[in-house]
Ligand binder design. Structure first.
Ligand SMILES: *[C@@H]1O[C@H](CO)[C@@H](O)[C@H](O)[C@H]1NC(C)=O
Length: 393
């Protein structure tokens, strides 16, 4: 009460100052807000593809019948009350019709927003500028080459009922999530077959089809709206490390879909296995053979493909780490005599194979060198040690 002026004046000043500083503090967020409004209202709608339902003028999730009716209405020539749209728009109409009248494609689009062949629209538009719709080859969307029954990967299909079978032992698991309607999945199936083979005995594998909505939605990532999605489309690969039995601890693979990249990721990130490095001829002598500890056995794996070591080999290497050091070399026929000479100074050799584990193999004598045209050591994986007779398949 004694000092009212002292109370008011500083307060006023303080509030001026606070407005000013608030504006300063908020200038960046305000600018960002303005930018984001601009982005949402102006930029996004232009860049975002219109829904295929909207292209046909019907509501989302309309039935196949409704899609067909809408398509016929737009394209029918007899109805003079409806003007036929220009070819570029008809391409979009045609694409929407094809996608939404295919049971599998519609399902994948409705639930997971999967639209693999979307790029076809722009491609066809570019190829047929000014052309009439009847000049365009239909259908626009390529069907998958094979039918579900004869897919190699349908053999290891699992569903909600028997999903737990991949957790029966303590091994890690790798699961591919596919759609029978997906061309990318059909193309991947040969790689998957090889991956299943490579991981046999090391991990459990399984295939889940999107038709098992309950299970695939459980394994998918979720948008804030709750919609399940697969970031990189299909096939989606998820892995359960040893001991992990729920979606809370699974790992998602986001790399390229080659056998080498996938098995390397699985061995390194999921199984925590060591890498085995490749050496050139020269480096093998100077860096590997000369530098590894003298009491350790030196093991060189030959590969004709350049692929990185499969999990089984890395597992073996890990088990023998205390006694042996390991290296990979790319096998080329012109280097045969070089390796032959190296080989003579670095016995014994190991042979690795599925189901056999990792067995020391007697070094071959000079006598059986005759006419060697292939890698000196070939086994199930093409990278093991010499099959000196005692370790036959
Ligand atoms: C799971 O069930 C499906 C359908 O009944 C069957 O085709 C598949 O072989 C089963 N998979 C396993 C691993 O038991």
């Amino acid at each position: 009460m004694a000092t009212p002026s002292r109370q008011n004046f500083p307060n006023n000043q303080f509030s001026y100052a606070s407005v000013k500083s608030a504006l300063q503090v908020y200038s960046v967020p305000l600018l960002l807000l303005a930018l984001s409004i601009f982005f949402q209202l102006i930029v996004v709608p232009r860049n975002f593809p219109t829904s295929h339902y909207a292209v046909l003028g019907i509501r989302k999730y309309s039935s196949v019948e409704e899609v067909t009716q809408a398509y016929e209405k737009i394209t029918s020539k007899g109805d003079s009350s409806v003007e036929i749209p220009p070819t570029v728009d008809l391409i979009e109409v045609q694409y929407a019709f094809e996608l939404l009248t295919n049971e599998l494609w519609k399902r994948d689009y409705d639930i997971y927003n999967i639209d693999e062949q979307f790029h076809v629209i722009e491609k066809v538009k570019a190829q047929h500028t000014g052309a009439h719709i009847s000049d365009i080859d239909l259908p626009l969307i390529k069907a998958t080459a094979s039918d579900p029954e004869d897919h190699a990967w349908s053999r290891d299909v699992i569903n909600s009922q028997n999903f737990s079978s991949i957790f029966e032992d303590d091994k890690a698991s790798l699961v591919q999530i596919i759609s029978y309607g997906s061309d990318r999945c059909a193309q991947f199936s040969a790689n998957w077959k090889k991956i299943v083979n490579v991981l046999d005995g090391v991990a459990n594998t399984g295939t889940i089809e999107l038709g098992d909505v309950q299970l695939t939605a459980y394994l998918a990532e979720k948008k804030s709206s709750g919609q399940p999605f697969f970031r990189n489309g299909l096939p989606a690969l998820v892995s359960f490390p040893p001991g992990c039995k729920s979606s809370s601890c699974l790992h998602r693979y986001n790399g390229e879909l080659s056998v080498d990249a996938i098995t390397d990721w699985f061995a390194t990130s999921i199984l925590n296995l060591p890498r085995i490095l490749y050496y050139s001829k020269e480096a093998m002598v100077h860096s590997f053979l000369a530098k590894s500890k003298p009491h350790k056995v030196k093991v060189i794996f030959f590969s004709t493909s350049g692929e990185r070591a499969y999990p089984l080999i890395r597992q073996a290497a890990k088990n023998y780490w205390a006694y042996a050091t390991f290296a990979f070399a790319l096998w080329e026929e012109k280097d045969a005599s070089f390796w032959w000479n190296v080989r003579r100074v670095a016995p014994p050799w190991f042979r690795v194979g599925k189901g056999r584990g990792f067995l020391p193999s007697p070094v071959a004598g000079d006598g059986d060198r005759g006419g060697e045209k292939s890698p000196p050591f070939t086994d199930d994986f093409g990278v093991g040690g010499r099959g000196g007779g005692g370790w036959g398949r």
